[in-house]
Design a binder for this molecule. Structure first.
Ligand code: MG
Length: 324
């Protein structure tokens, strides 16, 4: 198994002037980081994490622990960066294996045999509510606190990292992305774009960013893609197809003139929650979701009864017409 192609692109989206996402495209190492924090701290956090991955020696877990150490250290030293943090999703192709390491709500996906599989679990409030069966997929997509993450790099001296291997097959395509893609573009559309553009990963990452902007572009969008093939098969040289971030010719990037004025961070802005806040949010979720579910149920019942009444009325009119 060998790396056949790779590409990456990032875009601030349509609502934010700054881009707090960073990525790493240093085969066999790939990563996406989505920073958060006041002022420019989010940018600092994701850049520090990406730099730690690039410099990194050691395994995926070690890279992520080092990234955590650097971000946390800076947040202690620099008052303007206090409380900053970042997600980090790393993929490393080693000895024919793909190792994924992950903290936060950026995601890794695998496209294999025409289906899209999310490899990482979101370390987010809605992710935890979904896994415990308290929230459906539809409810999660609409949840006002869907940007709240429960694990991040930099907020604590130690961090729990999910690390797992994927045994790759020839033709596997891996995607790493920030939530600016996945909150704007559904799985089905992502898969359709992969199938359509998979011969050209540069076109693919651009198309995914364009789709996220079309869907609203409410957050920074970053996509890293890489593909594996059978080492025995091809003879072509590795073909790097990175898109330069912020290319002024990109049609999917708004120009300065079109740019939407910067708005204060929306209520759904990314933040990390403590265990207590998480527990409080569970209760709030129960208080909010139950009446909402009841209302939805009542509305469905009313619509159904109305439809039945309408059908009966039509039947009467038809019968009356026939008997005249
Ligand atoms: Mg984000």
């Amino acid at each position: 198994m060998r790396l056949a192609n790779w590409a990456a692109a990032t875009d601030p989206g349509r609502r934010r002037r700054r881009n707090e996402d960073s990525y790493v495209l240093e085969p066999p190492l790939f990563a996406v980081a989505d920073g958060m924090g006041g002022a420019q701290a989010g940018e600092v956090a994701s850049k520090l994490a990406a730099a730690a991955v690039k410099d990194g020696a050691g395994d995926v877990e070690g890279l992520i622990q080092e990234a955590n150490r650097r971000v946390h250290q800076r947040s202690l030293e620099d008052p303007s960066a206090s409380g900053m943090g970042t997600t980090l999703t790393v993929a490393s192709v080693e000895d024919g294996n793909v190792l994924i390491g992950h903290v936060g709500d950026s995601r890794a996906y695998l496209v294999r045999d025409g289906s899209l599989e999310q490899l990482t679990e979101d370390h987010s409030l809605v992710g935890e509510l979904m896994r415990s069966g308290k929230l459906s997929v539809e409810e999660a997509e609409q949840h006002p606190q869907r940007s709240m993450i429960t694990r991040a790099l930099g907020t604590d001296p130690d961090v729990d990292v999910d690390v797992f291997p994927i045994e790759p097959r020839a033709g596997d395509l891996f995607l790493l992305c920030s939530d600016g893609l996945t909150t704007m573009v559904g799985d089905r559309e992502i898969l359709a774009l992969v199938e359509e553009k998979r011969g050209d990963l540069q076109a693919l990452v651009k198309a995914l960013i364009k789709a996220a902007n079309k869907g609203g572009g409410e957050d920074n969008i970053t996509v890293v893609a890489f593909e594996l093939d059978d080492a025995a098969e091809g003879g072509s040289e590795l073909d790097e197809t990175a898109v330069v971030a912020g290319d002024p010719d990109e049609e999917d990037t708004l120009t300065e003139a079109d740019e939407v004025p910067v708005v204060p961070p929306p209520a759904g802005d990314t933040m990390v929650v403590s265990a207590d806040e998480l527990a409080a949010a569970y209760e709030q979720e129960q208080a909010v979701a139950a009446p909402r579910r009841r209302r939805r149920l009542l509305w469905r019942l009313a619509s159904f009864l109305l439809a039945v009444a309408l059908l009966i009325a039509i039947a009467f009119v038809l019968l009356w017409g026939l008997t005249q």
